[in-house]
Design a protein around this ligand. Structure first.
Ligand code: SF4
Ligand code: SF4
Length: 427
């Protein structure tokens, strides 16, 4: 259905309902049994004007002005929890929420901070509003050095799609450097695009800007097509999701793996190289777009388990039940909006949960329990160091920030899996 046709009928008219039904699996919306599972698992469901179940109901009842006015549309962090738990397999995240956002964008009715991120993406090719010329600055002092694919002048094995956040955020650049060390230790023949790379566009798409997503996807795909390589690896699960599932819908197909998948495949080569004992109790946060959206749960865990001295423990919400960090699907650009309406940060919930992962579940995360926890670790001979391991560039900065705000989390470290591997390599 053409956008013009939707606008003629009026925003959120019958045409909008039909447009949702016409999306992939959109017809499933008709089969909703109003069980409320989606609202129950939604991390922001409690605070939303209309919880996901009610969003479906208003759509079916044609009370669509209510959906338009609801804060649900912008509180949603596109975490896939509702769609994964729905017994009717209704694509709430990709069909209902994204489509509603698209309509609000067309009418210009969007939060200011999101507007800036989208304008930056359009103008600079990254949501941060950074100069495209500085995209590869992080490799300037890299040891070992990182090559730009344009300078290699021969076919290479791996093209690393670095992504916005990794290229520009100082904290995430450290994780990138760690991955450089791991790839180099494995003698991987890799290079990056550098200035030719733009945002993967997945978060812009989920925020409702499908036109911008298509433009970014086309730019990246044109850049990929200039070079000869065997596969792409990504640092960002959102980029991985875009390249794997969304670019092919536009006719751009490239072999792609998340870096944890790529490294897990080489675990037998990695193991003999890891001779430094990390000695820590580690819990792993499943990123929504690696786990729920793409079913990758075992590879990151197998890497962690291979690290000497790591005792891997699970949080209460793990694998497909993982809690979102709050940054996906444009959530990164809507943090003030989330805070104003809910007074909650999802990252803080997750950090509290990380403190109680594994055998220490019985301890609450209040400050007074910290001493008891320490004594328990000593008695059970558990490592004193506690690490929250991540595999998405959005996560280390946001969990570290959350840990700073929680006095009981002062001894929790947040590390990307690549950083833990590099540490085990003695790098
Ligand atoms: S979980 Fe699925 S079936 Fe149940 S209310 Fe939500 S959308 Fe409807
Ligand atoms: S995708 Fe996540 S945040 Fe959005 S409605 Fe579903 S459960 Fe809630």
């Amino acid at each position: 259905m053409a956008i013009d046709e939707i606008n003629r009928d009026g925003l959120f008219g019958e045409a909008f309902k039909q447009a949702v039904y016409e999306l992939a699996d959109g017809q499933r919306v008709r089969t909703c049994i109003q069980c409320g599972t989606c609202s129950g698992v939604c991390p922001f469901g409690y605070w939303m004007d209309l919880a996901p179940r009610q969003m479906v109901r208003t759509l079916r009842e044609d009370k669509l002005d209510r959906s338009k006015a609801a804060d649900t549309v912008w509180l949603c962090v596109s975490c896939y929890a509702c769609a994964t738990a729905c017994p009717q397999q209704i694509p709430l995240t990709t069909a209902l929420i994204s489509r509603t956002r698209e309509e609000l964008l067309l009418s210009g009715d969007i939060p200011h901070e999101l507007q800036s991120a989208l304008e930056n993406s359009q103008r600079y090719g990254n949501a941060n509003g950074e100069s495209p010329r500085k995209r590869a600055n992080w490799i300037k002092d890299s040891i070992p050095p990182v090559r730009l694919i344009s300078k290699v002048k021969r076919p290479i094995d791996v093209l690393w799609y670095v992504g916005d956040y990794t290229s520009y955020h100082p904290r995430v650049q450290k994780s990138a450097q760690a991955l450089v060390r791991v790839l180099s230790a494995l003698d991987v023949d890799f290079a990056i695009l550098g200035h030719d790379e733009v945002s993967d566009g997945d978060s812009q798409r989920l925020a409702g800007e499908s036109g911008l997503f298509e433009m970014l996807a086309e730019k990246n795909s044109r850049a990929f097509s200039k070079y000869d390589f065997n596969e792409i690896i990504t640092t960002d699960p959102h980029a991985f999701n875009a390249l794997k599932n969304e670019y092919p819908r536009l006719g751009f197909s490239f072999p792609v793996r998340h870096y944890t998948e790529f490294l897990a495949d080489r675990i037998d080569d990695l193991k003999p190289l890891m001779n430094h004992d990390v000695n820590a109790l580690v819990t792993y946060h499943d990123p929504c777009y690696l786990g729920r959206a793409n079913n990758i749960y075992d590879e990151p865990r197998s890497l962690l388990e291979a690290i000497p001295g790591v005792v891997l423990v699970e949080m209460s919400h793990n694998r497909s039940h993982s809690l979102c960090c709050g940054n996906g699907g444009g959530g990164l650009w809507l943090q003030s909006y989330q805070w104003e309406r809910t007074g909650n940060r999802l990252a803080e919930w997750r950090v509290r949960e990380a403190l109680r992962a594994g055998p220490e579940k019985t301890f609450s995360s209040v400050i007074g329990e910290k001493k008891k926890r320490k004594a328990y670790r000593k008695e059970k001979q558990l490592p004193e160091t506690r690490i929250l391991a991540v595999a998405c560039p959005y996560e280390a900065p946001c969990f570290e920030e959350a840990a700073k705000l929680l006095p009981e989390a002062s001894d929790l470290q947040v590390k990307d899996i690549a950083e833990l591997l590099a540490e085990a390599l003695g790098e």
